[in-house]
Design a binder for this molecule. Sequence first.
Ligand code: G3P
Length: 219
Amino acid sequence: MPIFLINFKLYEETLGEAGKKIAEHAKIISARLGVEVIVAPSSPDLRLISGVLPAIAQHIDAVEPGAHTGFVTAESVKAAGAIGTLISHSERKLSFEEIGKCIARARKNGLMSICCAGSPEAAAEIASLGPDYVLIEPPELIGSANSISKTKPDVIARTVDLVKSSNPRVGVICGAGVSTGEDSRIAMGLGAIGVAAASAVAKSKNPEKVIEDIAHGLV
Ligand code: G3P
């Protein structure tokens, strides 16, 4: 099934009950269209959202359980219902070494890992660490009206190629500015196995419509 990752980020429109409503609509669309919709809510909302749809954490720290304060462990997000985690999102960047540790911590806890990269070359390097997926997002297009699919399709194609040579078991998801079915159709045509979107959903007056449109383009 194609993947549609909705990153709630920390948009106020997606917090708590408002996010739950969006997730409930997304669940209906997911079942109807046969698209795997996954939501990345803020950590405090993981338990709430994971009761509706598969949810992943936006971040984990590369620390073991124990005497640490203010960190997020793989164990804690798993206990809150997460099935996976984003690692090194462009808005929460980690060093290459930390990325490797977080992938290992996620794997140890049976969590799916989606590692973010800002360029095809970085995506290939990260793929060699063995995450489940890499999420390619040119930072300058994140939150913009210019989608990766329409503005930089070459980045998607090159990422798919380089990741395949680096580690063929790793699937490529793409994001940044994705807001329409056309964006997701283009991405799938270039070899991505799914897309990620945030602002187009969070900032819409009609998030269900946006989710439905993007999901349609995936099938
Ligand atoms: O993780 C997905 C996100 O960074 C994309 O953001 O607002 O460009 O859809 P946006």
